[in-house]
Write a protein that binds this ligand. Sequence first.
Ligand code: SF4
Length: 477
Amino acid sequence: MMWGYLMTSAQPYRLAQGCTSRPAIWADVPDEQWDDWRWQLSHRVSTVEELRQFLHLTPDEVAGLQAHAKFRVDITPYFAALIDPDDPTCPVRQQVVPRARELEGFDAMMRDSLGEEQHSPVPGLVHRYPDRVLMLVTTQCASYCRYCTRSRIVGDPGATFSRRQHDAQIDYIARTPQVRDVLLSGGDPLTLPARVLEDLLRRLRAIEHVEVIRIGSRVPVFLPQRITAELVAMLRQFHPLWLNLHVNHPKEVTPELARACARLADGGIPLGNQSVLLAGVNDHPDTIKALCHALVKMRVRPYYLYQCDLVAGSGHFRTSLAAGLEIMEALRGHTSGYAVPTYVVDAPGGGGKIPVMPNYLISMSQDHVVLRNFEGYITSYAQPADYQRPKRTRWVPEPAHEAGQRGVAGLLRGERLTIKPDGWDESHERKPSAVPAGQSSVDTPAEDAIRNDNGQYPLPGVQVAPPGDTPAWVRVH
Ligand code: SF4
C-alpha cells in the first residue's frame, strides 16, 4: 500500500480509504463539505473550548491559548485531525497549538531577524539578493505556525496588503531589470481569492525580464482541499511557475497532501519543500530522512532545511547547529542526492541564507585534494597539472552584477583584493612611528605573499599607490 512508509499501525488513520480519519466532532460532516476548502477555512478552531472538543489540552497549552499577546491561532479541521489528542509531544500538535512557553523571550530574539524591512524598497517587497525579490502578497494563512518568521506581520485580518501596495510592488519589479525571479509569499499566496492571485501572476508574467515566478505555500499541507483542478489550471497559465511547500514532519504527509502534490506536479509545476528544524518536532536524523523520502515519492524535491530563526515564539523550538549538521551527516551519501536538502542559516541581520554542511574536504596540495566520503573512506583526487581558469569567450554569458554583491566569488575572480568590515581601515591605521626601521608602511606578510616577483600585485585592476598614501594604497577598479 502506498502510504505504508510513513505510518505505523498505532496511528489512527484509515489509510486504506486514502483519507485522514476525523475526530468524532466532525464525523457527521458530509464529505462534500469536509472536502470543500471554504468550509475548512470557515470552521477553523482556535479557542480552548473548540480544541477541548477533540484534544486533551495540557495546562501549558491552555495557558498559551488564553494568553492575550499571542500570535494568531487558527487550525483547519483537516490539519487538526492529524493531531494526536492524547500526546502533547505530537509533532503536528506542537506546530499549531500554542504553549505558554512561546511567550518567553530569549537572549538572541529579534523582531525582524532576517532584516527584511531594511531591504524593502516598497511595502511588502524584499529585495535582498541581486536578481530576485520576495513579494509578500497577503498576511493571511490557512493555519498559523507557532514559530513563524514573519509573525510580526502575519495573521492580522485587518492589516493585509492592498491593491495599491500590490501595484507598487509590481511597479518596482517592472522598473528593476535585474529581477529575473519573483517569489510570492506572505502569509500564504494560495489563501488569496483566485482572481486576485491570477491578476498578480498575469501582471508579473507580462514583465519581460521576469523569467521565473515562485510561490511559497503551506496551503497544500494545511488545506489540501484548496488544490483544485481549477486552481491548477489557472496556475499553469503562468509557467515557468514553481511552488515550494513547507512540510516539517512525515506525519503531515497524508493521502490528501499526496493528491494535492500529484495534481500540482501533473500541472507541470515543479515542487520543492522547505522544512524548519524544530526541537522536539523533527530534530532527529531518521525523522528528516523519512520526511525526505516521503517527499520525493510525491515528486517534491527537498530544497531547504532551515535553522530556526531568532523570532518571538521560536525560543523553545530552537536547536543547536550541531543538531542540523548531524542530520546532514546522516543524509548525504546515505540516501539519494535529490532527497538531501540544503541546510541553511538565514543570517540574522539580513545576511541571507548561509549553507552549512559537514566538512568533506580534508586537505589539499598543489597536486592532490584529500576528501572523505559519508562512510569515512578517505581518498585523494589528483588535480590536473595543466588546467587553466576559463577565459571569457563569446560562449560565456555576461553576468548581471549588482554593486557590492560579488562577495568571495569576486575575490576568486581577482576583481578586488579584500572585503573589509566597516571601520576596518580606521582601526588598522598605523602611525609612521609605529613602523619598525627599514620596513615599508605598506608591507605586511599577507600583502607580500601575493606580490609577484616584480613587487607588483598580480590581480587585474589593483595598483600600488605612491608612498605616503597609506592606507588607501590599493586601488580597485
Ligand atoms: S504558513 Fe508560513 S507565513 Fe503562515 S504562519 Fe506558517 S510559517 Fe508563517
